[in-house]
Ligand binder design. Structure first.
Ligand SMILES: *[C@@H]1O[C@H](CO)[C@@H](O)[C@H](O)[C@H]1NC(C)=O
Ligand SMILES: *[C@@H]1O[C@H](CO)[C@@H](O)[C@H](O)[C@H]1NC(C)=O
Ligand SMILES: *[C@@H]1O[C@H](CO)[C@@H](O)[C@H](O)[C@H]1NC(C)=O
Ligand SMILES: *[C@@H]1O[C@H](CO)[C@@H](O)[C@H](O)[C@H]1NC(C)=O
Ligand SMILES: *[C@@H]1O[C@H](CO)[C@@H](O)[C@H](O)[C@H]1NC(C)=O
Ligand SMILES: [Cu+2]
Length: 321
């Protein structure tokens, strides 16, 4: 982490030089430490993506390419070893489009939800500011509208994304509002209470990052527990395979990537190439390898897992503060 601290003052953008060497990694920061203007700029850039044309041949916007592609590839990118590397590059692609298409000058923010465990809906990301907040959860008794196709839909009516209209729901078209309904769990197990707080508490995260000796152990714990709990506790659009419909998806996955980065920083020489597990879902026969190809359906060329094992090599040049 030494270099990240040293570079903090100087680097807003990562610099790469010939040979793809990253000399000055960009620093990704937590949402709540951003200045108000930085939040405004980030959210304006996200909204700008909804006005740019698709890169993958859809009739919808560049913004909607992300949920669509994620959903198309859903079964290849979850419950497999490439869960972390695939999502690392996916978040990087999103950040690159914000910067390249929408003049965003900052870095990808992350949302450290450990700070909100036990009080999820009060997290600052859910503030209702129309310029700097992602809005609160929606209401199920909200008015009927063309974008509310079923009574269980909780349209977000506050914050900067109050009027966001989304086209895709899993692999089908079903135009709908941004749907967000906090899920307090069923109460059937201790972790179901308080928005499954125990699954992403600081203690749980410390346990996962400190006590996972191998990539496989670390990834499985991270994907199944905190990662899944945040998707399920926010509910609505964060649940189906089109979860990148909710702009919070990217702050969530930036945090997931950060936890991997933290785990790697504990022993970079070993962990920047520690990769193992099942290549395909629910298949113990085929082991994953660093040479495996990952595909992004038109958002990017194919890359290998090895390309993204380090955040300061290949096409990547960032770290976290
Ligand atoms: C949503 O649309 C309504 C009606 O057009 C408008 O008054 C409001 O400012 C919009 N909200 C946002 C966050 O764009
Ligand atoms: C969620 O469950 C917890 C624990 O049972 C409870 O303290 C809290 O009040 C509940 N919150 C809501 C909004 O239902
Ligand atoms: C911490 O991790 C160890 C090893 O994975 C596990 O056995 C234990 O149950 C975990 N404790 C908590 C509180 O999650
Ligand atoms: C909104 O989310 C709820 C579950 O959280 C789901 O039952 C409902 O079908 C969703 N609505 C749409 C339009 O996706
Ligand atoms: C990219 O990867 C996909 C899936 O592995 C494969 O079908 C496709 O042929 C690859 N494309 C190129 C240009 O290699
Ligand atoms: Cu995903």
């Amino acid at each position: 982490m030494r270099w990240a601290t040293a570079a903090l003052a100087a680097a807003i953008t990562g610099k790469t030089v010939a040979g793809n060497e990253c000399t000055q990694p960009a620093v990704r920061r937590e949402w709540r430490v951003l200045a108000e203007q930085e939040k405004v700029d980030y959210i304006a850039a996200v909204k700008c993506l909804t006005t740019k044309p698709s890169k993958v041949g859809l009739a919808t916007s560049l913004y909607e390419d992300f949920p669509w592609i994620h959903s198309q590839l859903n079964s290849n990118i979850h419950f497999v070893a490439s869960f972390l590397p695939w999502h690392r590059w996916f978040v990087h692609l999103y950040e690159s489009e914000l910067r390249g298409q929408c003049n965003y000058r900052g870095t990808m923010p992350y949302w450290d939800w450990t700070q909100d465990s036990g009080a999820l809906p009060s997290a600052p990301v859910f503030l209702e500011s129309t310029t700097s907040g992602f809005g609160a959860g929606g209401l199920q008794n909200e008015f009927q509208s063309p974008t509310r196709p079923n009574p269980l839909t909780s349209c977000v009516t506050t914050g900067a994304f109050a009027n966001l209209s989304l086209t895709y729901y899993t692999t089908t078209e079903r135009t709908h509002c941004l749907n967000r309904s906090f899920n307090n769990g069923t109460g059937s197990s201790p972790t179901d209470d308080s928005w499954q707080a125990a699954l992403y508490s600081p203690a749980m995260i410390a346990n996962i990052t400190d006590k996972s000796p191998s990539f496989e152990k670390f990834w499985v714990e991270l994907e199944n527990n905190p990662h899944g709990a945040i998707h399920n506790s926010i509910g609505g659009d964060m649940v189906p395979s089109t979860s990148p419909n909710d702009p919070l998806f990217f702050l969530h996955h930036s945090q997931v990537d950060r936890l991997w980065w933290i785990w790697q920083q504990k022993d970079p020489m070993t962990r920047n190439s520690d990769y193992s597990g099942n290549k395909y879902p629910y298949d113990d026969e085929t082991p994953a390898s660093l040479a495996d190809t990952m595909t992004f359906g038109g958002l990017s060329t194919n890359i290998t897992v090895a390309d993204v094992m380090s955040t300061i090599r290949g096409g990547l040049c960032y770290g976290y503060a």
